[in-house]
Structure formats: C-alpha cells, structure tokens
Design a protein around this ligand. Structure first.
Ligand SMILES: NC(=O)c1ccc[n+]([C@@H]2O[C@H](COP(=O)([O-])OP(=O)(O)OC[C@H]3O[C@@H](n4cnc5c(N)ncnc54)[C@H](O)[C@@H]3O)[C@@H](O)[C@H]2O)c1
Length: 370
C-alpha cells in the first residue's frame, strides 16, 4: 500500500502495532469518516486501510466523505484504488442518504482554522449543527456501534486559571457573540445534540475534544500557528509573532491523538466527552517559535531563523483567544491505562518538517539528513 509520505507511513505503522488489540474491532465492518480529506480524519482512513493490508481479519470498509472546502482530494488520491475504500463528495450540511449500512461514524467535517471559519461562519455553523444532526439520524437508523463527534478544546473558551489543566466537567467561559462564536458555539450545540440522542435513543456517541493537534497533513495556508511557523522555516525567513508570544498551548502530535481516538471509538465509553491531547508540553508561542526555528535548522542544515514580534493587521485576530490551554487527561488515562502521549515536541516538529521537505521537494544537505 502507498502512503501519503514516509513520515505518515512510519506513523501509521507505529499505530498498527500500538492498536493491535483495538483495530480487530473494526474487522468486517463499515466506518464512515466525514472530513476525510482533512488532516486528522485522513490519518484514521489511512490507518484502517493499512490494517486491512496486514491480513489480520476481515477487511474494514472505509467510506470517506468530504466536500473539500478546506481538505484536498490529493490527500486521499493514493488510496482510491484500494478495494475497501469509497470516496463520497458531499456537503454534510445537506441530508445524507447512503445506499449501504454503516457500523461506525467519525464526524470530523468542519472548518477548523480560526481564520477560515471567520470567513465562512455560516458554513462552519451548518457543518457542526446540521451535519451532526444528519449523522446522528444516520447513526440511529443504522444502529451504529459507535460514533465520534469531533468537538474541540475551544468549547472551554478562555478558562479560569483555577481550571487549567482543564477537565471535561469544566463548563466553559465562552462568548456567544464574538468572532470565534460560530465555531465554539456550534461545537457546543453539536455536543448537546449528540448527548440528547444518547439520552433519548441510546446512541453510543463519544465527544472528542482535541487540544492543538499537529502533524503531517495540516495545510500550510490554513493560518493556524504551526503551519505559519513551518512556512517561515521552509521559506527561510523570520517568524513574525502576532502577539507578545505569552499565550500557551499544549501541542499533541497526530499519532498520539489518533491512538486515543481509535481506543475511544472502539470502547464502551459513550454519552460523554474525552479530552484528547498532550499534557506534558504546554509551551508559550515565543518558546514554540524558538523550538521550530531550532528544529528547522537541525533538519535542514541551515542557520536558525529569527523570531520577531509585530501587531496583526486583523483586529479580530486575538479577540477571545485563550491565554492558556492545557488538557486534564485524567479521564483518558483512567479509561485507557495503556495510552499516553509518546511523541515529544521536538520529535513531532522534526517529523512535520521532514514530511514537508518530502512533499515540497526540498533538497537538504546530506550531512543534515535525519
Ligand atoms: N487539529 C486540531 O488540533 C483540532 C482541534 C480541535 C478540534 N478539531 C476538530 O477535528 C476535526 C478535524 O480537524 P482538522 O484539524 O483535521 O481540520 P481540517 O480542516 O484539516 O479537516 C476538516 C475537513 O472537513 C471538511 N469539511 C468542512 N466542512 C465540510 C462539510 N460541510 N461537509 C463535508 N466536509 C467538510 C474539509 O474539507 C476538511 O477536509 C474538525 O471537526 C475540527 O473542528 C481539530
């Protein structure tokens, strides 16, 4: 089987061995993944299809749905010839009438970048509210065994300092009218719809709340912080921080998040939320910029790029932007004692840069290859 890149191949192979007890649950079943052309969901698609190749059980059929609003068809192109792969181009804001049964659903379709969701607020609300409702109806009709609704750490808003690290039962400090509300509030409504279906119909929904997941497949132009920093590294120009660099985030490498999400999907856990992230690497934007500069220099064999500070021209850029974000992962660790984040920040950044080097055809000096 072909993989999207060498780094993705290594990540997926590591996931296959980490999930050796989990993936057989999907044998002989059909998994619908929405937002499959995007960063996170494409990793799930690729992992399930790679498991089929191991011959460890009856094949899992994967239906990959996307309208390619922000995802790209090229992310899935190398999988299209595989026998258990089906691509459905569809806007999940519209009702979905699939002509085959579905056993599992992972609903990841949404605009996820703050800059892009502020450009398309109604589409963002619709994917999260109407899209979730359509998929919950499908889950109910098809007696789905498990359904992940991709929520977000943004539903906590800008948490009170006493609630950082933030546990799942923190109720949030969120603006319902600010520039980010189209995303934060529609994710909150998606959660409400899902738990309502769980209460009324017993639908086994699982609310996954990721905290800043990064890795190969993030679009460089989607204006999230790491893609912006990575673009500077690739173009060998200074990183310009659009704040004083003090806000913190906890970055989780994609394979650690997928390892937890697949365990969550396959488990009996239902009707509640689970934080998904890395609680060991809360870092300020200033230190992140320095780490990216250092790692870029080491992978590319160049001098580290400079880090500068300047104000954003976009007056809404930092409105309602949380100052600190770090997950409390007690629930994840309690439910899945065999899971913990494995990939440290510099390792993850190095993998991401190596992936970008491969995809962008950048030549690096032999002495710098890692
Ligand atoms: N990456 C993170 O750190 C993070 C953090 C919090 C939440 N999430 C959530 O996880 C999910 C995946 O995020 P991602 O980072 O992979 O984003 P992404 O932008 O890479 O992927 C989202 C995908 O959804 C598709 N999509 C958007 N609207 C759609 C619609 N109406 N119908 C069908 N497809 C549609 C896009 O084309 C894209 O392929 C999203 O729901 C996002 O809100 C991600």
């Amino acid at each position: 089987m072909q993989f999207y890149s060498r780094v993705v191949e290594n990540d997926v192979k590591a996931l296959l061995s980490d999930l050796v007890e989990v993936l057989p649950r999907f044998a002989g079943t059909t998994v619908l993944v929405t937002g499959a052309g995007g960063f996170l969901m494409s990793y799930i698609v690729e992992t399930l299809l790679a498991w089929n190749e191991t011959g460890s059980g009856d094949a899992c059929r994967v239906i990959a749905l996307d309208n390619f609003k922000t995802g790209v068809p090229e992310r899935l192109a190398h999988l299209e010839a595989l026998p258990n792969f089906r691509l459905v181009r569809h806007d999940i804001s519209d009702p979905l009438d699939l002509d085959e049964p579905v056993d599992w659903i992972v609903h990841g379709a949404s605009i996820a970048s703050p800059t892009v969701y502020r450009q398309y607020p109604l589409e963002t609300i619709s994917a999260n509210v109407d899209g979730t409702r359509h998929l919950l109806e499908l889950a109910r009709r098809s007696l789905t065994r498990g359904m992940i609704v991709m929520s977000t750490s943004e539903i906590y808003g800008d948490p009170h300092p006493d609630f950082i690290p933030t546990p799942e039962d923190y109720r949030g400090y969120v603006s319902c009218t600010g520039p980010r509300a189209c995303y934060d509030e529609s994710k909150r409504m998606a959660e409400t719809l899902a738990v309502t279906h769980h209460r009324l119909f017993g639908t086994p929904i699982k609310l996954v709340r990721p905290f800043n997941v990064y890795g190969p497949g993030l679009r460089l132009d989607d204006r999230r912080v790491l893609p912006d920093f990575m673009t500077c590294v690739l173009e060998d120009r200074p990183i310009e921080l659009l704040s004083d660099g003090a806000p913190t985030r906890s970055f989780c490498y994609v394979s650690d998040a997928i390892a937890l999400m697949m365990r969550t999907l396959a488990s009996d856990f239902a009707g509640d939320a689970i934080n998904t992230g890395n609680d060991e690497v809360e870092i300020s934007m200033r230190d992140l910029a320095e780490a990216v500069s250092r790692t870029g220099a080491s992978v590319l064999g160049r001098a580290p790029i400079a880090v500068r500070y300047q104000a954003s021209e976009d007056s809404d850029y930092l409105v309602d932007n949380p100052q600190r974000r770090c997950p409390d992962l007690s629930r994840a660790r309690h439910l899945f004692p065999d899971w913990s984040p494995k990939v440290g920040l510099e390792d993850g950044l190095s993998r991401l840069i190596q992936h970008l080097v491969e995809k962008n055809g950048i030549r690096i000096p032999v002495s710098a290859e890692v």
